[in-house]
Design a protein around this ligand. Sequence first.
Ligand SMILES: [Zn+2]
Length: 518
Amino acid sequence: MGQNLRPSTLVPRGFVVDDAASGADATLITVRPLSIASACPGCGTRSVRIHSRYPRRLADLPMAGKPVLLVVIVRRFHCDAVLCGRRIFAERFDEDVLAPWARRTARLDDIVHHLGLVLGGRPAASFAQRLMLPVSNDTLLRVVRRRGSPRFVPPTIIGIDDWAWRRNQRYGTIICDLERRKTIALLPDREPATAQAWLSDQPQISIVARDRGGGYAMAAAKALPKATQVADRWHLMENASRAFLDAVRKSMRQIRTAIGATTINPDLLTAAERIQYEGYLHREDTNAAILGLAKAGVTIKEIVRRTGYSRGLVRRVLRGQRSDVFRVRESSLELYLPWLDAQWSAGQRNGAELWRRLAVQGFRGSLRVVTEWTTRRRKAEKVDGAALSRAPSARTVARLMTIGRDNLSKSETVIVAAIEGGVPQLVDAREIIAAFQAMIRKKSLVDLEPWLEQARSGLVAPFANGVVKDRAAVSAAITSPWSNGQTEGQITKLKLVKRQMYGRGKLDLLQARVIGAA
Ligand SMILES: [Zn+2]
């Protein structure tokens, strides 16, 4: 057992309890300071000569289900220093115990502040009531505002990006300390001048990771001419994919000619596959980021910390188990495809029946997997037979040309082969884009010059020209370990907090909550 509980251990440090009384609504505790002397706030001279005493009433943490009212007997001292203008002063206490003029003890104020940060005004107020904390909605917001954004450690490596206050209507700017993985500022708009003003106050910043729009690049160049700018790798990969899509769009006429009568129907993709494909584009970026870190010798634990992805996911990526497009569904059938093909050709086309027979062979997948397969087969045959449906969209062509032969159906393979034969410059464009993405993944800067040489003519020349214009930042993106990947994560958090505030979030409050709660 420990020692006996003394009343003074329950009140803020530096005070002893003189008296405690239990009222109907609150517990009243009278305390006095332990110290004998106090320093004059005017000259710093310590005095022990007491002039008078007066009570100061403050709310403190609740106790045993009741609010606590603390009555502090504060002393006034004489200041005996000859040259000091003050004759009498009231004693001051440690700010982290009892701030001057405060109506709450610091430990209560701390909790009120955190409640406000995490829950916002109204929800925090009703929760505070449950906790017997005597604070109103307004008080909570006032405390959050008064404490403002916690001062941040001056950053040296930052990420800057925009985020939507309201989608397509109003944008702000978010700035993250990439080393400490924290949001440190929200700016009210995404004007270069606003970002420039903020950056100018932080001359110690040496690296700025930013997207590829010109605004932040210009702001950083003006405010921090010596800082290295890093183009965001995530955006670079996406820009490259988009450049290929543009190349396909420009070639649609030739593509239609090349395909001739051989067309596919985009409906051949089941809904599940389409969703998986969209996820695939995102996963590719994730994979690249994780593999890049691993290659740089970063431990799994550290990768998990930096990217925010789960340990299991990071492991799977590193084992190469996460690069295929159509996962789960397709792979569960894979083993049985030759058998299914044979059954189909022999005329057995009933999905349920096929599934029953597969189950006997040990297939563990659901009936739906099989019926989706039969639906696809049926549609594929219809299309091949009809042979006159419309040409696939540019997006579909771009996808078919980049996902790899193994993932194509028979009719898709025919189409890709026709395009590759008839529009060779598109094959070049695909290789150039793939080379660019590989260069980013492998972080091989030596490849940049030869790549630019190769890319400057042909269908993806506009993309290459963009890279030339932003060459320093793109080079930095290839070599630098820093990227805006985590800034994206911070934006997700920001959106969550914003949503909790039901759109009434003012910037200072939003900033206090996002930055303070981090
Ligand atoms: Zn004095």
